[in-house]
Design a binder for this molecule. Structure first.
Ligand code: AMP
Length: 309
């Protein structure tokens, strides 16, 4: 089954302690769709400017991503500039040039309106609601957001989170949205305001999932070389949704496996700048990393030790 993603396609300029990349392919929808394309068909709704090179279009098309919803508007492509220090979990935004993204009004082509899986990447929550009005009853809707929208449009964001099935945000966003520093209490508060399933991304510390009946904690794949964390969150979401759409299994077990696929995909993205690692990736490597993450996190049930209580 196919996935629809609505988000940004960007030029990123990124600096990490290990190097710099200038004007490379980025954006939430680019990372998400490339990651999900390893599992299922993906339709993208986003906007680029006149300066967006054919080479990037060709790459996305080569992943089988449907680009009918990728508008090309007069002007320049959205450009994000960021820097990471040695704490790679924290991105410092140096500049955000919205360019054509400023007037982005997502128009969902009629052929995408029946998508079963929908990912609302980090855009204005009012636009996320506008997308929801243009689609017909998807089976699973997930959404992301960022600190800017949490502080500038809290009411609109609350409406979005009540209308989606899964909220995928990072730990700082979960704390900010709930106004609660303890993540477990933060999760409870967010479930109380109507979030059905909450997935909290914690960078190198892994992922926590909470819903009414279960909690799941997954570690990140331990990597020796982390080069550039940009896009890890969107790549996670792409692997997660891609697996769900491929199998249709939205049981608790299915969601747990999807979280592991998401973590595996993110672990590849951070090994290089931009989508460079995903460009070279094949499905066998994904399977191998899934198996090794399973082996690393396996432990036996409670042993019998003859201790009386
Ligand atoms: P993440 O997965 O959270 O690391 O997302 C990184 C991507 O988000 C980068 O490739 C940026 O181009 C994109 N991005 C950064 N700021 C914004 C924004 N305000 N709106 C939409 N996309 C953004």
């Amino acid at each position: 089954m196919s996935i629809l993603v609505v988000g940004s396609v960007a030029f990123d300029s990124v600096e990490t302690p290990f190097g710099k990349a200038h004007n490379v392919l980025g954006g939430s929808a680019a990372y998400f769709s490339t990651s999900a394309s390893f599992f299922t068909d993906v339709n993208i709704v986003a906007v680029v400017g006149e300066d967006f090179p054919q080479e990037h279009i060709d790459f996305l098309a080569s992943r089988g991503i449907d680009l009918q919803g990728l508008a090309r508007d007069p002007g320049k492509t959205f450009h994000w500039e960021g820097r990471y220090g040695y704490d790679l979990n924290e991105a410092h935004t140096l500049a955000t040039h919205l360019n054509v993204f400023e007037s982005f009004k997502p128009r969902i082509p009629s052929s995408y309106a029946d998508s079963d899986y929908l990912f609302l990447a980090n855009i204005d929550p009012d636009l996320q609601m506008d997308v929801l009005r243009q689609v017909n009853n998807p089976k699973i809707i997930a959404s992301d957001t960022m600190n800017y929208w949490i502080s500038s449009k809290p009411e609109s964001l609350r409406t979005v989170v009540k209308n989606v099935d899964i909220l995928i945000i990072n730990d700082a966003e979960a704390r900010q949205l709930s106004q609660e520093p303890n993540l477990v209490k933060a999760a409870r508060k967010l479930l109380d305001i109507g979030v059905k399933t909450l997935i909290v991304k914690r960078g190198e510390y892994g992922v926590l999932m909470f819903n009414g009946s279960s909690v799941f904690s997954a570690p990140a794949y331990p990597l020796e070389e982390v080069f550039d964390p940009t896009g890890a969150g969107d790549t996670f979401a792409g692997g997660f949704m891609g697996y769900l759409a491929n199998t249709g299994d939205i049981s608790d077990d299915g969601i747990r496996k999807a979280i592991i696929f998401g973590s595996v995909m993110a672990s590849f993205t951070v090994e290089d700048f931009s989508l460079n690692r995903l460009k070279k990736l094949n499905y066998r490597e994904i399977e191998e990393r899934y198996r090794s993450l399973k082996a690393m996190t396996h432990f036996e049930g409670l042993p019998e030790m003859g201790i009386s209580v």
